[in-house]
Design a protein around this ligand. Sequence first.
Ligand SMILES: [Ca+2]
Length: 214
Amino acid sequence: MTLIRKISALMLMAAFVCSAVFAEGEVKTKARVDIEAPNGVKLTVYKKEVAPGSYVSNQTWHKDQELKDARAFFQTSDIADDKWHDYKFSFSADQDTKVKLFFRGAWVRDKETKKLNELWVYYDMIVAEGAEIKNGDFEEKDEKKGTPAGWIMSDKNLYVVGGDIPAASGKAMVYTWIMKPVAQTIDVKAGQKVTITMKIKAGEVVLAKDSTAK
Ligand SMILES: [Ca+2]
C-alpha cells in the first residue's frame, strides 16, 4: 500500500468514526448574536476575548465585501446544562453609526430534512460597556405593546414574565431561536470598543425532523 493510500484509508476511518459519534450525540442548543451596521461601516471584532468554545467573527459568507465588513456575529459553544451562563463579546466600528444587535439561537440545519433545527435559548441581563443597551434586564414593560421597553420583538410571545423557569434577574427575560430574534439598535461611536455581556440559558431543542410546524 502506498503512503497516499494509507493516509486516504486512515482519513476514511476517521470520517466514519466522527460521523458515527456525531449521529449518536444529542443536539445541544447554542446561542448566537448578529451584529449589523449599515453598509460602508467596517466592524472590528475581538476574537481572542471570548470564552473558550465561543467565537466572534465578521460574516465571511457574504459575497459582497461591504456586507462582510458591516456584519459580524457571536456564537456560543453547546450549552449542555440548564444553568445561567455568562458570555461576552466585543466589537468596534470605524465611524459613528447605529448597530443593530439580534439576540437569537444558532443556525443549525437538521441533517435529514435540511431544515433549521429550533435551538431555543433564554437571554437576560444584557449590558453594554462603551455604548448603551436599554432595559437589558427586560424588567420594564411597554404596557401598550405588551413587550419589553426598548426592544424589537419578532414575536411578543418571546417575552417571558413570571414563568416557572426563574429569570437571571427579576421576573422577566426573553426566549428566542434563530428565526425569532429579539433585537435592539444601539449608538456606537467611531473607534469605541463596545463590550456586550449577557446571561444565557439553554431552552428547548426541536429537531426539524420532529417538528410538527409547517
Ligand atoms: Ca430580568
